[in-house]
Write a protein that binds this ligand. Structure first.
Ligand SMILES: Cc1ncc(COP(=O)(O)O)c(C=O)c1O
Length: 397
């Protein structure tokens, strides 16, 4: 099939649940990808914050080859060495004591919600099950996680939605304080809202939430599915705030594109799950966790969170120069490491298309935010090239 036939066939046979860019990507190497017509692009989407090590990373490819010829899947009826090793490494490098593995971010958040509710019932009244989440947040597309996602545009048509979720504005501690009551089991929040537009809360927000949770005896769930794995300049974004959660969810970059999700918890909270209370057939299988182990080991050995902090600063500074050249179009830049948002005046989709035409792949977020979530392995030349393209795209050149 040529590209047109391929796009037409997709239009006919795939459920149109999302709007796709009009290209098909067929190969990737490091920061670069190629489409089915052979055109090269600089990838600043990172597969939506997934391919932290870039495309076709040698160590990831090596693990995939080796594990594919050794053992792919056996189920959680058995002990799985790779799963145990990855859980141990995650715990050694976070607040957590225990890990549950699933296959996606949404599945990780489902596990977190179920775990929090079960813990709350065992440590309080039987009607304690409410989860407070933040407006503009994003937690997934399953029924529970889309309901946790306090954005009505994602709910339309899916009613009846599961109960037990309360919404408050982001970055507003008083609103949380008002919403907390005897039925609250947990507060669930992203350290930075990614899909919501790269919204960075005040420095005191996470410590404030931690304090409110401790005072009320409710759990703090941090969704680090987009912010985790080094993206914000620390391995976990909560490290910037100096406080830790009771439960944290991780997915996306954990296996660089092999489907995986994880809910991490303290010993006390994790014990709410006992045999038979939760599960996932493929979650944590030898293949996904072997790759996850390679990704996390590489990230730590190559100090990629530090690299994200350094290159993120450079990217933000370079984009600020672009903003200075287009003050009427660029309203604001928000960045933490390599999670960067640029608020624009014109329809952001047009700028994304203009960047793509010039060889740069970028994301959108929120209403009018151009978002970048490149691999953590990018270099100064990639930053330079990307900012040059954004500059030309905004200027129409
Ligand atoms: C913060 C956050 N949570 C959860 C999810 C859902 O993850 P998945 O698409 O792997 O289910 C996403 C996806 O963008 C996300 O950004």
């Amino acid at each position: 099939m040529d590209t047109k036939e391929l796009l037409d066939a997709g239009g006919k046979h795939l459920m149109a649940f999302t709007k796709r860019f009009p290209i098909a990507l067929v190969r990737g190497e490091g920061m670069r990808v190629w489409d089915s017509d052979g055109k090269e692009y600089l990838d600043f989407t990172g597969g939506i914050a997934v391919t932290a090590l870039g495309h076709s990373h040698a160590r990831v490819v090596g693990t995939i080859r080796e594990q594919a010829t050794t053992l792919l899947h056996v189920s959680n009826l058995f002990h799985i060495p790779q799963q145990t090793h990855l859980a141990k490494l995650l715990c050694e490098h976070s607040f957590a004591d225990r890990v549950f593995f699933g296959n996606s971010g949404a599945e990780a958040n489902e596990a977190a919600i179920k775990l929090a509710r079960k813990w709350a019932k065992e440590h309080g009244a039987s009607d304690r099950g409410d989860i407070i989440t933040m407006r503009g947040g994003f937690h997934g597309r399953t029924l529970a996680t889309v309901t946790a996602t306090a954005q009505e545009k994602y709910h339309h048509g899916y009613e009846p939605l599961p109960g037990g979720f309360k919404y408050v504005p982001y970055n507003d501690l008083r609103a949380v304080e008002r919403a907390l009551d005897s039925r609250t089991a947990a507060i669930m929040v992203e350290p930075i809202q990614g899909e919501g537009g790269v919204i960075i809360p005040d420095d005191g927000y996470l410590p404030g939430l931690r304090k409110l949770c401790d005072e009320a005896g409710v759990l703090l769930i941090l969704d680090e599915i987009q912010t985790g794995m080094g993206r914000t300049g620390k391995l976990w974004a909560y490290e910037h705030a100096g406080v830790s959660p009771d439960i944290m969810t991780v997915a996306k970059a954990l296996a660089n594109g092999i489907p995986i999700g994880a809910a991490l918890a303290t010993e006390d909270v994790a014990t709410a799950f006992s045999p038979g209370t939760h599960g996932s057939t493929c979650g944590g299988n030898p293949f996904a966790t072997a790759v996850g182990l390679t990704v996390l080991t590489t990230l730590l050995e190559e100090r990629l969170p530090e690299r994200a902090a350094r290159l993120g600063r450079l990217l933000a500074e370079s984009l600020a120069k672009v903003q200075a050249r287009h003050p009427k179009v660029v309203k604001e830049i928000r960045a933490k490491g390599l999670l960067v948002g640029m608020d624009l005046v014109p329809p952001v989709g047009e700028v994304v298309a203009a960047c793509r035409d010039r060889g740069l792949l970028a994301l959108t977020a929120g209403d009018n935010t151009l978002r970048f979530a490149p691999a953590l392995v990018l270099d100064e030349a990639d930053v330079d090239r990307a900012c040059g393209i954004v500059d030309r795209a905004l200027g129409g050149a």
